[in-house]
Structure formats: structure tokens, C-alpha cells
Design a protein around this ligand. Structure first.
Ligand code: BJ8
Length: 372
């Protein structure tokens, strides 16, 4: 049941490093990003390249622990370790890295990272008040200025409009993908969708759009034929699962579940909400809507989870936290309480990038999936 579009995704990804360095040789600047809050429209409008840099592998954690505490989120340690070891081609390609004041761990890691690479940190407010919105518009403006300075390209209204349209086009395709996943049986496995989200942070956006268009056609055919994956329908919510980290989805799908949605930055938080106006204000407005657990009183996230449970006909929710991620971990208590009130089954999992807990997680997830 392999999808041609997923084969193509893997092929494109295998050639991405070469393509990126070629684009760099041609004079394009590369901006590394750590977060879904970075407005990629501005980077694209300046004819530069955005690449996601979050690390999902265990291998670079020991070198990171020479500088960072052991009891820190693995995503932060893995990312830092990649730079320190100079082992990630995307990190090495980046001319400037854009960070933002999300969780404390990332924020403080950026101070150390700034000794190795040029950093620009955006001041992301942790509330969505009117004052916060004004501040965020200023931060987006500052980012535009920085990008223009680095690339020596002016971001004209026209260029910005083109970039907004392109990114919105990609977002609409992801919305359509989610509509298709709502079918029973669901036409695509969670593991394939996860790869798509992970690589969408790395691939050229035109390639991502091309793959999504092909994928959607293939999935529409599958739906017409009534083909797909049965099993207990699972929604994952929580920390992102960046490239290199797919442990939980693998386990869920090994033990009789099928992941039909992700309320995550490798999921809905990546594409939900279009930019309505192709202006700095319009862009700022869309990005500030992202319901990350770093936000104070993040009620939209809870509402989104409940909505997704209905839309995707979910049987149970897996709440996924990376070890030492306090924001998602603490918010888990509220999410659990709210879902339980509505009779939605939920299991909370806390893990890292190691394989040491795989069997234990398998036992817990197997029991959960049998029970729901
Ligand atoms: S918008 S989820 S990409 S911050 S897992 S590093 S929060 S301790 S990744 Fe994130 Fe932006 Fe939010 Fe998305 Fe900190 Fe938690 Fe680690 Fe995290």
C-alpha cells in the first residue's frame, strides 16, 4: 500500500542537501528556524530559504551535555549538539538562525548557540493581549528588516503577496489532507504523514506543494475505492516530533492504532489559519494564533483538540510530552481534565529520544488501544 507521493517525498529529501547547497552557491541566503512562530513568508519574499533546525536524534545529546544540563528537553539538547558537532548539513548551511522566546530551555540555549552562529531572537509574548499583539507586529517588522539586510533584497508588497499566496496554498493542501484523513478507513498511515510534516520544514516549498498535490490525488482515489487503514483512531497532541523522532507513532501503529491527526507543530500548528492580509500585520496576526503551550492560558489549544477529536472521528488521544518540557507537561493536566469531562479517552506519555523505554511504552499503548 505504498503511496507514490511518499516515495517521491523520500527521493526529494535524499537530494535536498545537494539542492540546498546549490541554491546557496547561486547566492541565496539560508535562514535556520527553531519554531513554528517564524514567519516563513518573509524569508521566501526575500528570495531566501527557510530551513527547520530542531534536532530529533539522540546521537548529538552527549556532546550537548558538555554545556547543557542533563535534565533538559531532548529537542533542545539534540539541536544544540548538532551545531556543536557540526554534523547537520542544514545547520551548517544556515547564514542566520532565528530563535524566539518560547520556553526557557530554548531561550537560554540560544545564548550559548549565539557563540557559534549568528542568531536573531524574536521577542514572542506569552499572552495574546492587545499590547502583546502590538509588540509582536514590531518583532515581525524587525525580522523583515534583518532579512532585507542579510539578503540585500527588498521585500516589496508584491513579493510579500506572492509569498503569502504560496504558503497559504501549502496550508490549504494540508487542510485537504486532514479532510481526507477523516475518512473511515483513513487513507494514509500516521507514520507517512509525520514524515511529510518533518520534511516540510526542510524541503523547498515548491517541492512540498508538488508532493502534497500528488498525495491528495492518490488519497482521493483511495477514498473512492474505500481503501485505507483501520484500527483504533488516535490523535496525538503535544510536543513536536521533529525529523529523527518517530518512536511513538511507530509504536501506536505497531499495536493496532492508526494515527489520524496531530495537534502539534509537526501537525495542525504548522498549517492551521491562513494569512488573511499580505501585510506585516496580517502575518503577525496569523502567527500569534499558534496555540503553543508556552502561551499563558492557552484555551484555544484545548478547543482545537476537542474539535479535532470530532472531525477526525478519534477513538483516543495520546498526549505526548518530551521529558523536561514543562509547558506541555503542565498543560497536560488541563487537557486531560477537559477531555475526561467529555468522555474522551486520553493517555499521557512522557519520553525522550532514547530507545530504552520502547518496550514499556509499547505495553502501555497496547493496553490503552485495547481498552478504547
Ligand atoms: S510553537 S511547540 S516549535 S516552541 S519540547 S523546546 S517547548 S521544552 S518545541 Fe515548540 Fe515553537 Fe511551541 Fe511549536 Fe521547549 Fe517543550 Fe522542548 Fe519545545
Amino acid at each position: 500500500m505504498e503511496l507514490n507521493a511518499i516515495k517521491k517525498l523520500m527521493e526529494k529529501f535524499s537530494k535536498r542537501k545537494e539542492q540546498l547547497y546549490k541554491q546557496k552557491e547561486e547566492g541565496k541566503k539560508v535562514f535556520g528556524m527553531f519554531c513554528a512562530y517564524v514567519p516563513i513568508e518573509l524569508i521566501l519574499a526575500s528570495n531566501a530559504i527557510p530551513v527547520g533546525l530542531c534536532g530529533g536524534k539522540n546521537d548529538t545529546i552527549p556532546i550537548a551535555e558538555e554545556d547543557l544540563p542533563r535534565n533538559l528537553c531532548p529537542l533542545i539538547k539534540s539541536s544544540y549538539g548538532f551545531k556543536k558537532a557540526k554534523s547537520c548539513p542544514y545547520f551548517e548551511a544556515a547564514d542566520v538562525i532565528i530563535g524566539e522566546t518560547t520556553c526557557d530551555g530554548k531561550k537560554k540555549m540560544f545564548e550559548l548557540l549565539g557563540r557559534m552562529v549568528k542568531m536573531h531572537v524574536m521577542f514572542l509574548p506569552c499572552m495574546k493581549t492587545e499590547k502583546a499583539k502590538e509588540l509582536w507586529v514590531e518583532e515581525v517588522k524587525k525580522l523583515k528588516e534583518l532579512i532585507e539586510k542579510e539578503t540585500k533584497n527588498t521585500i516589496t508588497e508584491e513579493k510579500l503577496k506572492e509569498a503569502v499566496e504560496k504558503v497559504n496554498k501549502m496550508r490549504k493542501l494540508f487542510y485537504r489532507l486532514y479532510e481526507l484523513r477523516a475518512n473511515v478507513p483513513t487513507p494514509i498511515r500516521g507514520l507517512d504523514t509525520l514524515k511529510l510534516f518533518q520534511f516540510a520544514y526542510l524541503l523547498d516549498i515548491d517541492d512540498t506543494i508538488e508532493i502534497l498535490e500528488e498525495l491528495i490525488e492518490e488519497l482521493e482515489e483511495r477514498v473512492k475505492r474505500g481503501e485505507g487503514y483501520s484500527g483504533k483512531r488516535i490523535l496525538i497532541t503535544g510536543c513536536p516530533m521533529v525529523a529523527g523522532n518517530s518512536k511513538i507513532v511507530e509504536i501506536i501503529e505497531e499495536v493496532g492504532g492508526v494515527v489520524v491527526g496531530e495537534e502539534s507543530c509537526t501537525g495542525t500548528r504548522f498549517f492551521e489559519n491562513l494569512v488573511e492580509e499580505p501585510t506585516i500585520e496580517g502575518i503577525a496576526e496569523r502567527y500569534l494564533k499558534i496555540p503553543c503551550a508556552c502561551m499563558y492560558n492557552n484555551d484555544e489549544r484545548i478547543e482545537n483538540i476537542k474539535r479535532l477529536v470530532k472531525e477526525l472521528k478519534v477513538d483516543g488521544v495520546v498526549y505526548y510530552t518530551l521529558q523536561y518540557c514543562h509547558t506541555f507537561n503542565i498543560e497536560g493536566a488541563r487537557v486531560e481534565e477537559e477531555l475526561k469531562k467529555e468522555g474522551i479517552p486520553i493517555i499521557r506519555i512522557e519520553t525522550d529520544y532514547s530507545e530504552s523505554d520502547r518496550e514499556q511504552l509499547k505495553t502501555r499503548l497496547e493496553a490503552f488501544i485495547e481498552m478504547i
